[in-house]
Design a protein around this ligand. Sequence first.
Ligand code: G3D
Length: 188
Amino acid sequence: MGIFDSLAKWLGLKKKEANVLVVGLDNSGKTTIINQLKPAESKSYDIVPTIGFTVEKFSGKSLSFTAFDMSGQGRYRNLWEHYYKECQGIIFVIDSSDRLRMVVAQEELEQLLNHPDIVGRRIPILFYANKMDMRDALSAVKVAHLLNLDKISTKPWHICASNALTGEGLSEGVEWITGQLKEVVNAK
Ligand code: G3D
């Protein structure tokens, strides 16, 4: 059983489905994080292609994850934005060592928050300040500052530093978002 699955079970999410989107720039660590969270028995598949962005999806017993790159290719944007309507939670992954593209991540986050399918909804957002093991990685506090997270007032959010290679920091975030999802899903 993967960590997400056992937590979901513990928190009583078992019988209900929640869709979680895992987003972030390419190379931020989304695939690595998903592989750490994935329950051993779940199946994952990649749809690569013809359309120019990658979607990875897997379902645990009670949670379904969809991940994609926000890689700035304007013409594919509406393809991934199509997933916004159905999601109950978002995991936004940042490469904390990629100082040059921090502003790009911030712009993508702003677009996400202002999207019509997201803006008025109280969707929990978990931020992973990933690659904290890298020598030049910024702290989670610094990443939060650069992304203007303190301006987010209408959605619950949480940031944790993570190392997706070892899994360090991942369960703290998972615990937080699972608790949030429990409230959302059980209120349905
Ligand atoms: P993506 O799915 O967001 O595009 P990936 O990102 O999960 O494919 O990760 C991109 C690269 O970063 C991979 O290296 C991966 O091993 C590495 N990576 C992911 N998370 C961490 C982390 O926490 N610390 C460090 N040091 N590296 C990480 P490769 O070499 O396979 O491209």
